[in-house]
Design a protein around this ligand. Structure first.
Ligand SMILES: NC(=O)c1ccc[n+]([C@@H]2O[C@H](COP(=O)([O-])OP(=O)(O)OC[C@H]3O[C@@H](n4cnc5c(N)ncnc54)[C@H](O)[C@@H]3O)[C@@H](O)[C@H]2O)c1
Length: 375
């Protein structure tokens, strides 16, 4: 039995090497088993003493820390409610100081870069505290799990003290950036279809907790945000109908179809399937049509665009889901993504999360009206 398990895990590592490349797989594997290794420091610069990590789980370990190291950026401090997580993270990534509280991470007043990758319910409060101090803040998705949290976050952003960046990474993927350059002036309506095979989560996984926003905030938010991002390349219709169909009324946040139809005739369809653990991890197939352009993204490993009589084909190795650019947003000179897009996608996501919680299959949604709730 143990032998079969080991063989399966070894095959998974080989498959991941084909998808992510050697460096990232070493980080991913170590993030899971938390060996006592320290990654080499020769690439790291000392100049970025201000980087702090809140939440030292798998994402911070295998994605945030990986891309910071690749860019040569060292991490000064880290904090996690689980001290063993902080310790293993600090040892692996040569972090100078383990903080014992959130205040310790954000209290210093010099320019700081804070990454928030903790549980979903804690994101907004941590981000507000860090923004008020004037820090640069990367907040992982979802940026809020309630409208009140989003309103408070908005106030902190508008105060102009700090700078906020959201961890929704799909808009930063090579495929979506290339698509934008091709269809940026195409008139709507848009048809967008996302078929997502998500992780199989145990019944007691923290993502499922109501207070954490369920899998709608934990997973579906990505494709809701991507849809809003693509719609914002043109004009965004105000009025939408939201239709939900779930396969199991007792577990409504997975194996669910989310359909959004706008007053202009835009049609967005997100199928979230989680029947078994996908061997290669999460897998997404995205198709869209707008004006004379059609496109197909196969798991962010390949893209085909048909633009009238032209055809564009791209392959992405390693798989480019946009994590690198998303993680490094705070250090880039490019204009940041419009915060308004993230607010709108979060409002839409929260509305869908509420529908799932209450068992509503249909709701009308006005972007203007919803935005007034957070002003
Ligand atoms: N952008 C993406 O593609 C992507 C992918 C995976 C995860 N994420 C996000 O990253 C974050 C972490 O996810 P993960 O997969 O690493 O989960 P995880 O469970 O591996 O890690 C979460 C960590 O946060 C710690 N924690 C919990 N509550 C805390 C609190 N109040 N304060 C400080 N630390 C706390 C836990 O002890 C744990 O170590 C989540 O917000 C998740 O949605 C983003």
């Amino acid at each position: 039995m143990a032998g079969r398990y080991m063989l399966r895990e070894a095959r998974k590592v080989f498959r991941f090497l084909e998808i992510y490349g050697v460096g990232r797989v070493i980080y991913k594997v170590n993030g899971r088993i938390r060996t006592h290794i320290s990654f080499p420091t020769w690439r790291l610069r000392k100049a970025t003493e201000g980087v702090g990590i809140i939440g030292c789980g798998q994402f911070a370990y295998s994605t945030i820390a990986y891309y910071l190291a690749e860019k040569g950026i060292s991490i000064y401090t880290c904090y996690d409610t689980d001290i063993d997580r902080s310790k293993s993270f600090a040892k692996a990534h040569n972090v100078s100081k383990i903080s014992k509280s959130i205040d310790e991470v954000i209290s210093e007043n010099e320019k700081k870069y804070i990454y928030i990758a903790s549980n979903h319910a804690s994101h907004a409060e941590y981000a507000v505290n860090a923004l008020i101090r004037g820090h640069y803040v990367h907040c992982e998705k979802p940026v809020a799990v309630s409208v009140d949290q989003l309103a408070e976050l908005r106030r902190a952003v508008k105060s102009g003290c700090g700078h906020l960046f959201a961890g929704y990474n799909r808009p930063f993927s090579g495929a979506i950036r290339l698509l934008k350059s091709v269809i940026k002036d195409a008139p709507g309506p848009l048809t967008l279809s996302c078929f997502v095979v998500g992780h199989f989560l145990p019944a007691d996984h923290w993502y499922r907790n109501k207070g954490e926003g369920t899998r709608i905030c934990g997973n579906a938010g990505h494709w809701i945000d991507l849809a809003v991002h693509i719609l914002c390349w043109g004009t965004l219709p105000d009025k939408w109908g939201i239709h939900l169909t779930w396969s199991n009324p007792d577990v409504r946040d997975e194996n669910v179809v989310i359909t959004l139809v706008s007053e202009r005739g835009d049609l967005i369809n997100i199928v979230m399937s989680a029947r078994a653990e996908p061997f290669e991890g999460i897998n997404e197939t995205i198709n869209l049509q707008i004006g004379g352009v059609s496109a197909k993204i196969d798991d962010f490993r390949s893209l085909t665009i048909w633009d009238d009589d032209k055809i564009i084909r791209r392959k992405y190795f390693p798989k480019d889901v946009g994590h690198k650019m998303s993680v490094l947003q705070m250090f880039c000179r490019d204009p940041a993504r419009e915060w308004r897009e993230v607010e709108i996608s979060t409002l839409l996501m929260l509305c869908i999360a509420e529908m799932v919680e209450r068992g509503y299959n249909f709701k009308s949604f006005s972007i203007a009206e919803e935005c007034r709730r957070i002003c």
